[in-house]
Write a protein that binds this ligand. Structure first.
Ligand code: PMP
Length: 353
């Protein structure tokens, strides 16, 4: 830290992303990326002609992608906003709907960036503990009079609320924005997009990083009433109007259009998830009922931290959070069947089954 850093920033603890090692070939089950390649249509869309156009700025309105996305989700283009990953849209939403006097409510165990951004933006936090079994009690979110963010399915637990539970939260907070982070919804969750026309306080955020194989392209969509989306655009055009680059605009559009590939790959992940959950359960692990492209598991046989280290020594990266309540748990991304078999072989070796 330099002596010039603003004192307000010196107290912010930045998010620690999952390891992205460059030194060694690991089986990477630590950052919830897809093990599958992007759709062949994406590869074709990112053409040489498009690369040559990189000398020109990208379309700040992202008009073509918006039209495709709106048609895909049954919305108007004015109800959709692309972001540089869902991270950017979530950040824009916090900037737009919270401030020193308008706190953000979220669970104690959820996506770590919510709290980090609150630190950066001086937003007070209202942290609501999940129940003992890591489920979220919707009643805890009724009548809060605060902006709310709920990851659904949640990370790192993978647990999911039904749409009507979120609807109850929307109804009991008519004057607050409820942000539903649907980063993992395509792996068995129930999306709240169909509620958008009914609730002007609902903002749904999705990503292309997990179910559309584009984590490295950085693309997400925020969806809500035209008024909420206009608020997000106010932030975007005050910060970085060209936030989505040309190649990503093309890649995202092609990925959205290839619904067959999308359905095939997410079905494969869900099948492999069921297999993985069964294998872990057979070995005495407790595994939460995941609706995401990862599982959250723990065992009395070895501590989460030690298992994480031993798996890494065996060339397999998983995610361990050294945080209260979950220090004994591992979040394991669902890879290909072969990768998950390698994980089980390593677990057996480590536990000497
Ligand atoms: N929300 C949740 C719950 C996540 O787990 C993540 C990424 N790990 C994100 C949002 C951000 O995803 P991205 O910026 O890649 O769209």
């Amino acid at each position: 830290m330099s002596r010039f850093l603003s004192p307000a920033l010196s107290t912010v603890t930045p998010y620690t992303p999952g390891e992205q090692p460059q030194d060694q070939q690991y089986i990477k089950l630590n950052t919830n990326e897809s093990p599958y390649l992007p759709s062949p249509r994406v590869v074709a869309a990112v053409s040489e002609a498009e690369v040559e156009k990189l000398r020109l700025y990208s379309d700040p309105a992202c008009a073509q992608l918006l039209r495709t996305a709106a048609a895909h989700f049954g919305l108007q283009p004015s109800q959709v906003m692309p972001g540089n990953g869902s991270d950017e849209n979530l950040f824009f939403a916090l900037r737009a709907f919270c401030d020193e006097n308008h706190p953000l409510a979220f669970a104690d165990i959820t996506y770590g960036c919510y709290g980090v951004w609150c630190g950066l933006l001086h937003i007070p936090t209202h942290i609501i503990p999940l129940k003992e079994d890591f489920t979220l009690d919707p009643a805890d979110y009724h009548g809060l009079h605060e902006t709310i963010v709920i990851a659904n399915p949640n990370a790192p637990t993978g647990l999911c609320l039904p749409r009507d539970a979120i609807e109850g939260i929307l109804q009991s907070n008519p004057d607050s924005v409820v942000i539903v982070d649907e980063a993992y919804v395509d792996f068995g969750g129930e999306s709240c997009v169909p509620l958008i026309d009914q609730y002007d306080n609902l903002l749904v955020v999705q990503t292309f990083s997990k179910s559309r194989q584009l984590a490295g392209a950085r693309l997400g969509l925020a969806m809500g009433s035209a008024a909420l989306i206009a608020d997000l655009n106010r932030v975007k055009f005050s910060l970085n109007p060209y936030n989505i680059n040309r190649l990503t605009l093309k890649a995202g559009q092609a990925a959205l259009e290839d619904t067959a590939y999308f359905d095939k790959t997410r079905a494969a992940i869900m099948d492999t998830r069921a297999w993985t959950m069964q294998q872990l359960t057979d070995r005495g692990f407790t595994v939460l009922d995941s609706r995401a492209n990862f599982v959250f598991a723990s065992t009395e046989r070895i501590s989460g931290g030690i298992l994480y280290k031993k798996l890494k020594e065996n060339g397999i990266l998983v995610r361990h959070f050294d945080a209260p309540r979950i220090e004994n748990w591992l979040r394991i991304t669902i890879g290909t069947p072969e990768q998950m078999q390698a994980l089980m072989d390593a677990v057996d070796k480590i536990l000497e089954v």
